[in-house]
Design a protein around this ligand. Sequence first.
Ligand code: NAD
Ligand code: ZN
Length: 345
Amino acid sequence: MRAFQLVGWRQPPELREVPTPEPGPAQVLVKVAGAGACHSDLHIMQAPGPLAGFTNPPFTLGHENAGWVERLGPGVTGFAPGDPVIVYGAWGCGGCANCREGRENYCQKRAGEGPGLGGGHDGGMAEYLLVPAARYLIPLGTLDPRQAAPLSDAGLTSYHAVKRSLHLLGPGSTAVVIGAGGLGQMTIQILRVLSAATTVVAVDSDAGKLETAQRLGAEEALLSGDEAIARIRDMTEQQGAQLVLDMVGMDATLRMAARVARVLGHLTIVGLGGGALPVDFSSPPHECSVASPYWGSLTELMDVITLAQQEKIKVLVEYFPLQRANEAYQLLHDGRIQGRAVITP
Ligand code: NAD
Ligand code: ZN
């Protein structure tokens, strides 16, 4: 089968011919319908050298996957060939305390082995994807697996990042989303449905993304910079927002995030842009909690699928065949993907 693989650190990925995997006991082979192109993959491709904890290339990229069950390994029940499914990607050991608690995204044993599939284990930018256990598959029902694929990361990561701060989002509260790309667009919609009383502010450096953010439910859409900081401070009577989600994570956005968060608020860093948060007497605001959540849990992915089935959230997708995967990433790099690029093998 064809697979879009990272073949070496700092080398451009390549479309290669690889053996089609055979599902062993407990495993399931999925025919990939769609694999989302996440900005994290660009960070992986641009890593200056071996990434801490990742297995070395070659491995197939793609950690946002959905498709149809192709073949069940010996002993697997509960699914049948042809079933449309989304694939949970944070594969843990299943036995450590965090996994047993349902937080496989924080597996204590695999923590040093890279982020599940598409980051050491072969991902979904290929015709077929081998999934280690049937419990990582969630039935999609009537959802189109090509369109649903990004829900497994862009949707799930956003849901997890918002949910942990919901108790702060009462009437009159403000949430700021910095970076309204693939993840930010999901975050805005999830804030909208989970906390109708919250004013959602989107900040981006791209005017097109701001238009999209407003269409998806952001009340305010501001171009990144000092004026945005002033506007958010005005809107919140100089107190700042209860929740600030930085979906970029660069120096400039972290500096902005610290200035628009409030005392006792949450500053949540989802973007992996390699920036530094400035720390002094007033930054971040006193007792503002800073967190860097990673992906989400299986049950949270079930919630995300329910929201999509109820048409309360949706992914804006652009499709690219496997042979155009490199081009999709180039467009993402250049800021020219309006929503999420999905590779359709
Ligand atoms: P994306 O490229 O689709 O979106 C990024 C957005 O940020 C774009 O709209 C861009 O215009 C905007 N932006 C860039 N610079 C900006 C600035 N200075 N101010 C305001 N906006 C700016 O990327 P994505 O796929 O949504 O990923 C976003 C980030 O989240 C990436 O760093 C990615 O690696 C990370 N990520 C983290 C997790 C996690 O579990 N923590 C999961 C997935 C992705
Ligand atoms: Zn991702």
